[in-house]
Design a protein around this ligand. Structure first.
Ligand SMILES: Cc1cc2nc3c(=O)[nH]c(=O)nc-3n(C[C@H](O)[C@H](O)[C@H](O)COP(=O)(O)OP(=O)(O)OC[C@H]3O[C@@H](n4cnc5c(N)ncnc54)[C@H](O)[C@@H]3O)c2cc1C
Length: 379
């Protein structure tokens, strides 16, 4: 039986860990703090493939959405995955976006504002522009709920979870990854290692002598106190992106306030609470009846973004036994990426769907003389 040590208990690490257990591996999951303490704990998690993506990435995202539909069908009572559509008007190129989506047979409809209430409840038609883009097949997930769900299976299948490990590192012996070591020095030996450390991934690889193209950036998710609202779709608008959240809440983010976030003394970030209030007010202005929304939490931190915006999934070149999973779209890809990475890791056979997303394109050795791989252009 193969043993695997996974670094990082965000959605990618946990999803891969559970899939590895399903396939018969022994798994130790080692994380800095607690599960979902990174980006997965503060993600908008819009499940979509509506952007201008290279075809292989579009297909991977569609497969990712498909896995969520299956999960929802198999767990019909859950309230933390929904496919009630996405409404988009955050762009002055709406018509082009619509055309491009239609050309790919992506479920897309340009709706006059007056038609919106028929298909998309909970909105004030007066707050809408003359036309909006409706993508009926899109949805959302609450990742902390999904993580709890997966951790239940992880425990039932005998996975070992190590929380509070501090800044853990990959241990290399004889040029091969042989396990993980916690900040306090505890060693977790394994036949293979998966680094799924979110925005911490480049730091983990840096300790191994690699530089990873990384544009991880600040983000803030605001979740409201419970309030009756009729919204079911995900909205992407010029001033707020918003989705329903379990418990009659709404979750939302945007980018217009990012320059108002400043470092806090404890290594985190801080923002004037009025910014969170302004964001929920933006959401309220779009909703039927303009409910008075109150921010319950606003969580700030880095959002993992690979240097070329595309996922980084596969073996680390020049370091047998070490694999990496790092992506911007970790909600949409959360289940599929774990599934495909686990298969690769256990069989040793590269999965063809992951071919365009190999780490080597964004990795360079810190000492170029030691480089045994190429730095290729993005696919
Ligand atoms: C505001 C926001 C909105 C988003 N919107 C969307 C969206 O609409 N659609 C979408 O698909 N995606 C979205 N994303 C992105 C998605 O949420 C992330 O890609 C995904 O959650 C990343 O999961 P992860 O497991 O890679 O990383 P994380 O969830 O960050 O987990 C990594 C874990 O590793 C731990 N770790 C890091 N370094 C170490 C170390 N050295 N030792 C031990 N532990 C370590 C961290 O503590 C953390 O718990 C959004 C993200 C944010 C923040």
């Amino acid at each position: 039986m193969t043993s695997v040590a996974v670094l990082g208990a965000g959605i990618l690490g946990i999803s891969a860990a559970v899939e590895l257990l399903r396939c018969g591996a022994r798994v130790t999951l080692v994380t800095e703090g607690h599960p979902a303490s990174g980006a997965s704990g503060r993600s908008l998690s819009w499940l979509n493939s509506g952007g201008e993506y290279p075809e292989p990435y579009h297909q991977l995202r569609l497969a990712g959405m498909d896995r969520y539909r299956t999960l929802l069908t198999r767990n019909p009572g859950i309230d933390w995955i929904r496919f009630d559509g996405g409404l988009h008007w955050d762009s002055d190129t709406l018509a082009e976006r619509y055309e491009s989506q239609r050309n790919k047979a992506y479920d897309a409809r340009l709706l006059p504002a007056a038609d919106v209430p028929v298909l998309v409840p909970g909105l004030d038609p007066a707050a809408l522009p003359p036309a909006v883009l409706f993508n009926a097949g899109e949805g959302w997930v609450s990742l902390p709920h999904l993580i709890r769900h997966l951790l239940h299976e992880f425990a039932l299948r005998g996975g070992a979870l190590v929380t509070g490990a501090g800044t853990a590192a990959v241990v290399v012996e004889g040029g091969t990854a042989v396990g993980l070591r916690s900040e306090a020095g505890e060693f977790y030996p394994a036949d293979a290692v998966l680094v799924a450390a979110g925005a911490g991934t480049s730091a983990v690889l840096h300790r191994l002598g690699y530089q990873l193209g990384d544009r991880s950036d600040l983000a803030m998710l605001v979740v409201t106190e419970p309030k009756a609202h009729g919204l079911r779709a995900v909205l992407n608008t010029p001033r707020v992106s918003v989705r329903p959240h379990p418990g009659s809440r709404l979750a939302m983010d945007h980018t217009w306030y990012l320059d108002q976030i400043s470092p806090a003394g404890d290594g985190g970030w801080t923002v004037d609470p009025q910014v969170a209030q302004d964001l929920v007010d933006e959401a309220s202005s779009l909703l039927a009846g303009h409910p008075r929304l109150v921010p319950q939490s606003w969580r700030i931190g880095l959002k993992p973004v690979p240097g070329d915006g595309l996922p980084v999934l596969g073996g680390v070149p020049g370091l047998p036994g070490c694999f990496v999973a790092f992506t911007h779209s970790g909600a949409t890809l959360g289940i599929i990426a774990g599934e495909l990475m686990a298969a690769e890791l256990l069989t040793g056979r590269p999965h063809p769907v992951l071919a365009p997303f190999r780490p080597d394109r964004l990795l360079a050795a810190q000492d170029p003389a030691l480089s045994v791989f190429r730095a290729a252009p993005a696919p």
